[in-house]
Ligand binder design. Structure first.
Ligand SMILES: Cc1ncc(COP(=O)(O)O)c(C=O)c1O
Length: 163
């Protein structure tokens, strides 16, 4: 007999549109309909190739077994390179640098570090659904800032809606 796995209550309101829609799309695909998946824009499927020197450096590092744990504060050379790139782009007020595996991890870490349960978070909508998914996980209130196009063409803040 297998035990029933009960998800934590905090997961009840978590939605993640770009991934949730795949469940529905897969159901439709079973009927034989051809599907065009536009939910995730993977650049590698189109015209993006990672720079060759980056691929080569990763390969060489792994050959040298340099793929273990890094220092908690980051690999010094990498942190310095990021600071330098920030400076080249005119960003001078960097207090700290930490590297994550993609934007998703950074968004989760930052929101988790900053938002308490029941607090309000302003979220532009439409927007990338991960922000609201994490707010749901943290049991924060989402205040959706709804952007609409004004006649003159600039984006203006029109409505604040609490959900
Ligand atoms: C606005 C925005 N934020 C976050 C993400 C997630 O980024 P990553 O795939 O690096 O985790 C995406 C991905 O498309 C995005 O478009």
């Amino acid at each position: 007999m297998s035990a029933k796995i009960i998800p934590a209550k905090r997961t009840e309101n978590i939605t993640y549109a770009v991934r949730d829609i795949v469940v529905l799309a897969n159901e439709v695909a079973k009927t034989g309909k051809e599907m065009l998946y536009l939910n995730i824009g993977d650049p590698n499927l189109f015209d993006f190739e990672p720079p060759k020197h980056l691929v080569e450096a990763t390969y060489q590092a792994m050959l040298k077994n340099k793929n273990g744990y890094s220092p908690s504060s980051g690999i010094k050379e990498a942190v310095e390179a990021i600071r330098k790139e920030g400076s080249r782009k005119g960003i001078e007020n960097i207090l700290d640098i930490f590297v994550t595996t993609g934007a998703s991890e950074a968004i989760d870490i930052c929101l988790t570090a900053l938002v308490n349960e029941g607090e309000n978070v302003l979220t532009p909508t439409p927007g990338y659904p991960l922000y609201t998914a994490i707010q749901s996980k943290l049991q924060a209130y989402k205040i959706h800032i709804i952007w609409m196009k004004q006649i003159i063409g600039s984006l203006i803040l029109t409505t604040l809606k609490r959900r």
